[in-house]
Design a protein around this ligand. Structure first.
Ligand code: SAM
Length: 312
């Protein structure tokens, strides 16, 4: 089927979903946000191979898309590939807004969800509403996957706000949570529900957002909200003069050759990086290449320096 990344997850992420489903052996998966069914098909293929389980996939299906077969409603595209893959008995599509359709499926899913996948409305209100509506029907020991948790890469901030809120209030007492970087940089979070305490979360970020952004915008570095929380910065300077170098290209092979360019202060903001030991390459016109520079980014606040030698 056509892969429409970034509207669909990229193939590596979809393969994680397939493998996770094979490992977790869920009886019921609820997916919020089907689009044309790319992630759905990966969950479904695993379920098909397991020989048990089913998927309820919810989407508003409220606009058409050209997925390689001319303009079509996304529901029709998803249905077409569902039938083509012979997973019709496994997947049930529910048309409508996730919170609105809940009453219609509540009886089927109450306390029964083994794997909840939230990838629908990515706004803060949307993600919190989906979590509040469906999380309490995840069984104890069940899992939740959140997609798009790194706003700087994916451009949406709802999933990040939810991860931060859960970490502040419910990890580790009610939920286990790990963040994973993905090839596209958008990231996923994997949550495990460890007790049956009902949760209703509120977006704490929103309450302080206005003053928060005013403060950030006043800062000379104009850091994003994530970078404000995690300050991970590398400065590139001339080895001889110690002057910052503007426009240096940094490439990080461990982050799938992600590129960053140093700003007018020679600074490169890496606050979306997860703790790791990173090898990075630096290139600037008029300077010797600096390859395989090692940075051990293991804390929330990190600053490193790279000194480039001039060619002249
Ligand atoms: C990022 S796409 C999902 C991609 C899909 N999970 C995949 O990887 O192939 C988000 C989808 O969520 C749907 N959506 C957004 N808000 C929604 C809501 N409140 N209720 C149901 N679906 C919603 C959109 O129509 C869109 O198809």
């Amino acid at each position: 089927m056509p892969c429409c990344h970034p509207a669909s997850v990229n193939l590596d992420v979809a393969n994680i979903y397939y493998s996770l489903t094979k490992m977790l052996r869920p009886l019921l998966i609820v997916e919020i946000g089907c689009f044309i069914g790319f992630s759905t098909q990966h969950f479904a293929q695993a379920i098909k191979e397991l020989g048990f389980g089913r998927i309820i996939s919810i989407d508003a299906f409220d606009w058409d898309v050209d997925a390689g077969r001319g303009m079509q409603n996304r529901f029709d595209v998803a249905e077409y590939y569902k039938n083509k893959a012979n997973v019709g008995a496994i997947v049930e599509f529910i048309k409508g807004y996730s919170t609105e359709v809940y009453p219609a499926i509540a009886d089927q899913i109450k306390q029964k969800i083994d794997l909840l996948y939230i990838d629908g409305d990515h706004s803060i209100n949307g993600v919190f509403a989906d979590f509040n509506t469906y999380y309490n029907d995840v069984r104890v020991g069940g899992f939740v996957i959140l997609h798009d948790i790194y706003p700087e890469m994916c451009g949406v901030d709802g999933p990040r706000a939810l991860v931060d809120c859960l970490k502040a209030k419910h990890v580790p007492h009610n939920i286990e949570l790990i963040e994973m970087q993905t090839k596209d940089g958008f990231g996923i979070a994997l949550l495990r529900k460890i007790n049956d305490k009902p949760l209703q979360v509120t977006p704490i970020v929103k309450l302080v957002e206005k003053s928060w952004w005013r403060l950030i915008n006043a800062l000379p570095l104009r850091m994003s909200r994530t970078s404000f929380e995690r300050q991970i910065i590398i400065q590139v300077v001339d080895a001889l003069t110690q002057q910052p170098i503007i426009g240096v290209k940094m490439i990080c092979p461990q982050r799938f050759n992600e590129e960053r360019i140093s700003d007018s202060n020679g600074l490169i903001n890496l606050s979306h990086y997860l703790p790791n030991r990173y090898l990075m390459d630096f290139y600037a016109e008029g300077y010797q290449d600096a390859r395989n520079q090692l940075f051990d980014i293991s804390s929330e606040k990190f600053s490193g320096i790279v000194r480039l030698k001039s060619l002249s």
